[in-house]
Write a protein that binds this ligand. Structure first.
Ligand code: MV4
Length: 479
């Protein structure tokens, strides 16, 4: 593999190119008109304009990207996350054109893209799943009987959904029919597929996901968990590894279950198996993400691996360089997604100009960044500027370092989630490890952030006055 095309933009395109360069592989960037001057274009060895700013006129144009790949004689395409990364047709199109898709086979993408197909595939593997139905509901009265047997509240989920899209909570039997009608018509509208199923609603879960890696020789390992419960409307904001609630025995059980899920769909490459963990620490398989995830760096830091390098090695047909027993967790890593969103204004996108943009540096600090000072933030794409990642010997160390790194990160011109990161890191519920997927809803309000910022400003002022007075005293000492 001498040359790869990265079918993505921003921080992840750069992240992938860094590893490619380290491995002596040439890189080709693709870009839209608005991204002409973007860092990912400058970072690549070669770059090709593929279309207009809207994603469906550039980064989502699979055929156009294949055409560029052929013209540039690339051996493989890395899709990053989002865009074409979980598009089974695109994976197939790559292979049909003798270009390696750095990811799983289209069959695995297809299975996991359908929640019902995923349940069907893992059925024979003894994977714990939330009580519910495992076929599309066609008979509503029959489904209501099942719902009554499971007990309310229940959750209706769209088979074609995922990542929280197409879900509906039903509190009691009275609402069942009307909610079911709505869920089906929403699923038809959103996904063109009205298949829905029901599950018992797990009210206060943690979201724990397991990173897996599989080669083409039948070896599958897991690289332990990431705790992703700190999210807002299904958008993760803070992630960490390891989770402070898993015992080593639970970790091993969840890891083994994740490996079985990968086996069930003949998985190849890097993948993530999502679980819910309830208050009694029962875990349930939710879905599998068939891509490299945004939050992969926390796993890299605690396992001392390079997941992109492993993806490329596997895509070249190499055997995984380690066995399960070679892997262990060392230290603790935290990731904050730095979005150009205003935490004081309902996290609305705060697009604009980056008047000042300076990254924090230092031991234990990693920034996976896609932006630079002087840039405008395009309105067309996800407003994530960077990921701020810290690593320490302990969770406390990683949290303290995160607070320091946020303070050293200089951004002027747009509002960002940096202050929200400080808020989370200083919150007792987060620090104690005692939180669930409702953390933001339960513990965050803009007023609290303002209050925290005021009290920090007061403390800073007090420290300044104290040190000023101390100096005055020293100066006065001679009299
Ligand atoms: C659930 C659930 C409770 N009970 N399923 C949301 C994303 C998708 N992967 C599945 N999700 C959920 N499924 C049952 N049976 C709660 C969620 C959920 C959630 C899961 C992980 C992280 C954040 C979440 C936020 C709200 C709901």
């Amino acid at each position: 593999m001498k040359k790869i095309l990265i079918a993505n933009r921003g921080e992840i395109a750069i992240r992938v190119m860094k590893t490619a360069k380290k491995m002596g592989i040439k890189t080709v960037a693709v870009y839209s008109t608005i991204d002409r001057q973007s860092p990912h274009v400058k970072f690549a060895d070669e770059a090709v304009l593929i279309g207009e700013a809207p994603s469906n006129k550039s980064y989502l144009l699979g055929e156009k990207i294949i055409e560029v790949a052929k013209k540039m004689h690339v051996d493989a395409i890395h899709p990053g996350y989002g865009f074409l990364s979980e598009n089974a047709d695109f994976a197939e199109l790559c292979e049909a054109n003798q270009i390696t898709f750095i990811g799983p086979k289209s069959k695995a993408i297809k299975i996991m893209g359908s929640k019902l197909a995923a349940k069907e595939a893992v059925k024979a593997y003894d994977i714990p799943m939330v009580p519910g139905t495992d076929e599309a509901i066609t008979d509503i009265p029959e489904a209501k009987k099942i719902a009554n047997a499971i007990g309310f509240p229940i959750l209706i989920k769209a088979s074609a959904g995922g990542g929280g899209k197409g879900m509906r909570i039903v509190e009691n039997a009275k609402e069942f029919e009307s909610q079911m009608d709505r869920a089906i018509s929403e699923a038809i509208n959103a996904f063109g597929d009205g298949s829905v199923f029901i599950e018992k609603y797990v009210a206060t879960p943690r979201h724990i996901e397991i990173q897996i890696m599989a080669d083409t020789h039948g070896n599958i390992v897991h690289l332990f968990e990431r705790e992703c419960s700190i999210q807002r409307r299904h958008q993760k904001v803070v992630e960490e590894a390891p989770s402070s609630v898993l015992t080593s025995s639970l970790r091993q059980k969840m890891g083994e279950a994740a490996v079985k899920v990968a086996k069930a769909c003949d998985y190849i490459g890097a993948g993530t198996v999502e679980f819910l963990l309830d208050e009694q620490h029962n875990f349930y398989f939710l879905e599998m993400n068939t891509r490299l995830q945004v939050e992969h760096p926390v796993t890299e830091l605690v396992t001392n691996t390079d997941l992109v390098e492993l993806q490329i090695q596997v895509a070249r047909g190499e055997t995984l360089p380690f066995k399960q027993s070679d892997l262990k967790i060392t230290g603790h890593a935290l990731e904050l997604r730095v979005y150009a969103e205003d935490p004081l204004n309902d996290f609305l996108p705060s697009v604009g100009h980056l008047d000042t943009y300076k990254l924090p540096t230092g031991k234990g600090i990693r920034v996976d960044n896609g932006f630079e000072q002087g840039m405008d933030i395009p309105i067309y794409y996800d407003p994530m500027l960077a990921k701020l990642i810290t690593y320490g010997n302990t969770r406390e160390e990683a949290i303290e370092l995160m607070i320091e790194a946020i303070a050293a990160y200089e951004i002027e011109g747009v509002e960002t989630t940096l202050p929200f990161g400080t808020y989370v890191c200083e919150h007792d519920a987060f620090r104690s490890g005692n939180f669930d997927t409702h953390f933001v809803k339960n513990h965050y309000a803009p007023e609290k952030l303002i209050e925290q910022q005021k009290s920090e400003a007061r403390i800073a002022a007090l420290i300044a006055i104290k040190s000023h007075m101390a100096k005055q005293k020293l100066l006065r000492l001679p009299d």
